[in-house]
Design a protein around this ligand. Structure first.
Ligand SMILES: [Zn+2]
Length: 200
């Protein structure tokens, strides 16, 4: 049970809702789940883990590149839950790997696999490398009924590849999309997208 998990999905795949449901279950059983999130996510309130469905819980720890995550934080903890894990630096993922093994507690990371240009996030890459269990949280493309695998960025309602990779915007700025629709929506085509394998 003491595994490092990476549960990845596109925007709108209810990852945070899933995280909050797991936290609730632990709480119902009188167990303690520790909630972590990267410090840079300031979409709603800096210290709140909030799902698009409206549910929220306060984060216990905000993590940045300097966070040590000392052992005493994890005594008497039954589970560690992390939101927006794609934004964590690799050294923090390395530390989470140690925590799962040394403290024998499940460490469950939720996050995006890739950015809106289809590139792996740094934190997602390290999780893919170190996690015991990699699970996809699935959702449907915003334009058709295929499974979404990409995050399409919209600027003033138009799909775009422009802007910074880490741009935590409002809900309407990113949509889940399958490969076909992602490619169709973009006026300026990504050079690599044509060579990507098609979505099943
Ligand atoms: Zn589609």
């Amino acid at each position: 049970m003491a595994k490092l998990y990476f549960r990845y999905g596109t925007v709108g795949s209810a990852k945070t809702l899933n995280l909050l449901a797991v936290a609730h279950n632990y709480q119902q059983q009188g167990k303690k789940a520790l909630l972590l999130k990267p410090e840079l996510d300031d979409r709603w309130a800096a210290s709140t883990i909030r799902s698009r469905a409206g549910l929220e819980k306060p984060a216990d720890i905000l993590i940045n590149g300097d966070s040590e995550l000392k052992d005493e934080l994890f005594h008497n903890i039954d589970c560690v839950l992390i939101d927006e894990a794609q934004f964590l630096p690799p050294q923090v993922i390395n530390r989470l790997r140690e925590i799962a093994t040394d403290h024998q507690i499940p460490v469950i990371c939720y996050g995006l696999r890739t950015d809106f240009r289809t590139g792996l996030f740094e934190g997602a890459r390290r999780l893919m490398e170190l996690a015991d269990s990699i699970e996809e949280v699935k959702t449907t493309c915003a334009y058709c009924n295929r499974k979404a695998i990409f995050n399409l960025k919209l600027l003033d309602g138009k799909a775009t590849l422009a802007g910074p990779t880490i741009d935590l915007g409002a809900e309407e700025k990113y949509l889940p999309a399958c490969h076909h629709c992602y490619y169709e929506q973009l006026e300026v085509k990504p050079t690599h997208a044509a060579t990507l394998p098609g979505n099943r």
